[in-house]
Ligand binder design. Structure first.
Ligand code: SAM
Length: 266
């Protein structure tokens, strides 16, 4: 791997510090308890500056993926709500934006409203739980099991501790039988040299970026998810599924992307 690619992380880290250092310090000055959530506060300033270019960068893949969402859509880690812009308003009845960082909610509301999802008619629901709070999500969506038709994760599972367990429990308890998962994530590279650098940088990167890992094989975790059949046997959770990459992405990218569409068994 070229050293320029291996050390590309410093360019991003420097840009992140440049936009987020002083605003984070200001926030902590005004509310000293934020010192306990400093990485999350820092990340919210980073995302305010970089969500739009990151969205632009993934637009081609998202355009092929996200319009497949139907019915009640749960967007885990909604950020500033960019996903809403890709949904087909005729196929999606409700956009549920799950975002634990409440500083982002006003922006989600604005983006979702411009895509035609409104809290006033119930087509927009904003929840401040984490993706791991499965039971609270079910309760907030009416209390009946499996209230969601589509689960979406865009660049979120890298920041969630034990993402394989969280996704298994979301798919088992929140997603309808026959429902689908759509994801677009940066993941562990299949190239051993790139994966080595991803593992090397992750401890530093995650301290600054709210737990974000570069070395998470999310696409593998999702495709290998299992459930227990009535006869006690472990079986694949999926009736069908597919993963694909970002066209023309350099193999040496530390943020190597995969998208996927998986359908749960009926
Ligand atoms: C890199 S941003 C991606 C935002 C959005 N999906 C997008 O593509 O624009 C990751 C988001 O995940 C959220 N997040 C972090 N931990 C989470 C958790 N445990 N459950 C749900 N979301 C979480 C962060 O607050 C942040 O908004």
């Amino acid at each position: 791997m070229k050293l320029s690619a291996a050390f590309a992380l410093f360019i991003d880290l420097r840009a992140a510090v440049r936009v987020a250092f002083w605003p984070t310090l200001k926030d902590v000055f005004h509310n000293p308890t934020l010192i306990f959530h400093i990485s999350r506060t820092f990340m919210s300033h980073v995302w305010a500056a970089f969500a739009a270019p990151t969205d632009e960068n993934g637009r081609a893949v998202k355009r092929g993926l996200l319009p497949n969402a139907t019915g009640v859509v749960l967007d885990i880690g909604a950020g500033l709500g960019h996903t809403a812009q890709y949904l087909d308003r005729d196929k999606v009845t409700t956009y549920v934006a799950l975002e634990p960082n409440t500083k982002m909610h006003a922006h989600i509301r604005q983006t979702a409203e411009s895509a035609g999802f409104l809290e006033s008619d119930g087509s927009l629901v904003i929840l401040s739980f984490g993706a791991e709070d499965t039971m609270q999500i079910v309760e907030a969506l009416g209390g009946r099991p499996h209230p969601v038709d589509t689960i979406i994760s865009v660049l979120t599972l890298c920041s969630i501790p034990s993402p394989e367990h969280v996704m298994t429990s979301l798919v088992r308890d929140v997603l309808k039988p026959g429902g689908q998962v759509l994801f677009y994530e940066h993941v562990l590279s299949p190239r051993a040299d790139v994966a080595w650098w991803q593992r090397f940088w992750t401890p530093l990167w995650r301290v600054f970026l709210d737990g974000c890992r570069l070395d998470c094989p999310t696409h593998v975790h999702i495709s290998e998810m299992k459930s227990i059949a009535p006869n006690g046997e472990e079986v694949s959770m999926w009736a069908e599924g597919n993963t694909w990459g970002k066209p023309d992405e350099p193999e040496e990218n530390l943020w190597w992307h995969q998208a996927g569409q998986f359908k749960k068994h009926e």
